[in-house]
Design a protein around this ligand. Structure first.
Ligand code: PAF
Length: 282
């Protein structure tokens, strides 16, 4: 495994790999089993002849909250070990100054899918994600890229970005990885208090119960209200949103035949957790 810290270094490491299947997994570090699953999926897609590139870059441009950026966990040594164990060929680990020119003036804004859910409460977040991911796509020029379904909205927006910008990269979604008690793995979980870590799996329990209610024909508004009420009964928990939307457009569900998404964001103390579940009536 090779590690590049500068763009030129990355280019020369990738030069001999051109023409092969090249699968990119962008991350912000603090890697856990969820990322390892993305990396293993990438390894499988790349096959023996292809190559896997992982980027580790805590992208300041996508943080709408300075405190969240400052407290985001950083585990670079462990991250490189995980990449190595998952069969990554090249890791790109730039600094913010390497990644961005100080007078950068181009933005990448998605204007429909990013107006709802997390986009509504985190202004500028998805523009920052689109900016960094498009830069990584240009730097690495992968054939494929893998993103997790926990960030369902991010995945939908990045699919839209490659569609609308004619970027010749195939995007793959990877299933959510959970702890044994159901809590979706997240780099932010380590910041939960023991009490909130103990209560956080209730998000998953409520989503599973909601899936039953939805299949049984209960109205979307009632389902969301129950999830919100139950979550807010937990001490120190405040819901950001609980919404049932069309899984592709992320806006209002126009037909019961379409795949739906129940998405939740909730503050457990000062840690914001997100989770989601796909729902169908049949
Ligand atoms: O999902 C993440 O970790 C980040 O949003 C991403 C895609 C690596 C861009 O910084």
């Amino acid at each position: 495994m090779q590690t590049a810290y500068a763009k030129e270094e990355l280019r020369s490491m990738l030069a001999p790999l051109r023409g092969r299947r090249l699968v990119l997994v962008p991350t912000m570090g603090a890697l856990h089993e969820g990322h390892a699953t993305l990396l293993r999926q990438a390894r499988q897609l790349a096959g023996e002849d292809g190559a896997v590139v992982a980027s580790i870059f805590l992208n300041p441009v996508q943080f709408d909250n300075a405190g969240d950026l400052a407290t985001y966990p950083k585990t670079p040594v462990q991250d490189l070990e995980i990449c190595h164990a998952c069969g990554v060929d090249v890791v790109f680990m730039p600094s913010p100054d390497t990644m961005y020119c100080s007078d950068r003036s181009i933005t990448m804004e998605e204007t429909h899918l990013s107006t709802v859910l997390c986009g509504a409460s985190r202004p500028g977040h998805f523009a920052g994600v689109c900016l960094v991911v498009s830069k990584l796509f240009n730097l690495v020029q992968p054939t494929d890229a893998v993103f997790g379904k926990k960030d369902y909205q991010q995945l939908a927006i990045l699919r839209r970005m490659v569609r609308d910008m004619d970027i010749p990269i195939q995007i793959h979604g990877a299933e959510i990885v959970r702890d044994a008690d159901g809590l979706a793995l997240s780099s932010r979980n380590v910041r939960l208090t023991p009490e909130h870590r103990a209560s956080a799996p209730s998000i998953r329990r409520l989503l599973l119960a909601a899936r039953e209610s939805y299949a049984a024909g209960q109205p979307a508004d009632d389902i969301c209200a129950v999830v919100k009420r139950e979550l807010e009964m937990i001490s120190g928990v405040r819901c950001d949103y609980v919404e049932l939307v069309d899984a592709e457009t992320l806006h209002e569900l126009t037909s019961p035949q379409r795949l739906a998404l129940l998405a939740v964001a909730a503050w457990f103390g000062d840690v914001r957790l997100i989770d989601n579940i796909e729902l169908s009536r049949s």
